[in-house]
Design a protein around this ligand. Sequence first.
Ligand SMILES: C[S@@+](CC[C@H](N)C(=O)[O-])C[C@H]1O[C@@H](n2cnc3c(N)ncnc32)[C@H](O)[C@@H]1O
Length: 284
Amino acid sequence: MRFDQWRKRAIERLCLYKRAEYDVDALLSFITGKNRSYILAFSETELRLEQEEQLEQLLRKRESYEPLAYLIGKSEFWSLNIEVSPVTLIPRNDTECLVEKALELLPNHACTVLDLGTGTGAIALALASERPDCQFIGVDYLVDAIELASRNASRLKIANTSFIRGNWFEPIQGHKFMLIISNPPYIDELDPHLLEKDIRYEPLSALVAPEKGLAYLRHIIACAPDYLIDNGWLLIEHGWKQGTTVRNMLSASGFNHISTKKDYGNNERCSLGQRLRILNTKNT
Ligand SMILES: C[S@@+](CC[C@H](N)C(=O)[O-])C[C@H]1O[C@@H](n2cnc3c(N)ncnc32)[C@H](O)[C@@H]1O
């Protein structure tokens, strides 16, 4: 079968998807090793039999909503080509608003940043690519995620990152950071969206938190002041309905200059607060 014939049939089969054409071209590109321009320009090229078989298998998986990123093993985040795997979350476009905000918060001089629940390393790598003068440490409790993030760093040749396995702050005891950034799991385990289409394939370990989705947000916000230098910032992603609760948590932990940033869909997506210098008011 020719490229154009396979394309046409595959687009028809994925017609219920918003991005059917994009997905079909990505699969074709993944199997043939040719980019989209080549596929369109040389549309009469014949597929080999084994390529047709591989494409059929992938198309069936995509028809069952298996995410494209898992099928082709990569996803784009902040213009970086990130390797992904089902051990952790596929980086979301909305998370790029944390990267934007973090770049505004970072001072002009070199400093150290902690990315908690780093997954693929997407946030740390995006920031590190923009700020080669700073150091970025990513923590995740899954060894597979740490290996994935480290592979991404070496493939992208981003040297100012390191990835450590551990439970939230446990592996960085005694260290302090200018910025702590985190996209922790924050979905309530009873949220019906977890049963929907593509999201069913992503690991619950990256999505779900106890206490109606709030447990890890609460833990990170409560502990962060001990790991921030004076005037350092905490920037944390949360669900679009969790903004008020997260702002209250930040306030209860003594943060100042608390605010919330909306994502590209105009939903509250991340909140931030600054740990101001604790002044010693006693006259000694
Ligand atoms: C929502 S994903 C975020 C991944 C990545 N930062 C991103 O934005 O695409 C949350 C990540 O937190 C990690 N995680 C869950 N519990 C953790 C814990 N107790 N300590 C450290 N990381 C944890 C998960 O393995 C997962 O990779």
